[in-house]
Design a protein around this ligand. Structure first.
Ligand SMILES: [Zn+2]
Length: 179
């Protein structure tokens, strides 16, 4: 480690700098989820050509899986995308691919990895996603709970506004403390 790397700590921190963490928390809170069902999970894993009784491997690089990747991100531009904690939106994944994939579309990420049997891997992902397609949960929420959703979004906006206010106060406090 270089001594100069200390620099990143020697600057003001803002609450709003963490806004994406809060956006994620709000979006995740909205996302409906499937209750655990051994049978439904086994069926989904079989659709990925894997054996649900064995250790799972990464659907992208085929190394040992260590986590679950949300095929479609829960949050797009700070909003709930409509894709949540559904069995058909979660695939076994290694940590490296999970980090590298980031906001990319799963197909784009497979194109990037470009394994020899790419078409086969794309094929089984498509089968997994389309066999029992997960619903667009945001569309359902807007239709079934429009009033609660609007109240929820107002609360979020108010919290973001208060975060800005707190940041301004924090700046004043720092200035007073250092002069
Ligand atoms: Zn991987």
């Amino acid at each position: 480690m270089k001594a100069s790397s200390i620099k990143k700590y020697l600057k003001p921190n803002t609450i709003q700098g963490r806004k994406s963490t809060f956006s994620n928390a709000f979006a995740s809170a909205l996302a409906p989820y499937d209750t655990y069902s051994e049978a439904a999970v086994a069926e989904a894993i079989c659709d990925l050509d894997q054996d649900p009784a064995k250790d799972l491997y990464c659907v992208y690089c085929e190394k040992e899986a260590a986590t679950w990747d949300h095929v479609f991100n829960r949050v797009v531009k700070g909003e709930f995308s409509g894709h949540g904690h559904r069995i058909r939106n979660l695939v076994p994944c290694c940590r490296t691919c999970n980090e590298r994939k980031g906001k990319r579309h799963w197909k784009e990420f497979l194109e990037l990895l470009n394994p020899e049997d790419k078409d086969q891997r794309i094929g089984r992902m498509e089968r997994f996603l389309h066999a029992h397609a997960a619903p667009d949960d945001y569309e359902i929420i807007q239709r079934k709970a429009p009033e609660e959703l609007s109240q929820f979004l107002q609360i979020r906006a108010e919290i973001f506004r208060l975060m800005g206010e707190a940041d301004q106060l924090a700046e004043k406090i720092r200035k007073k403390a250092t002069t």
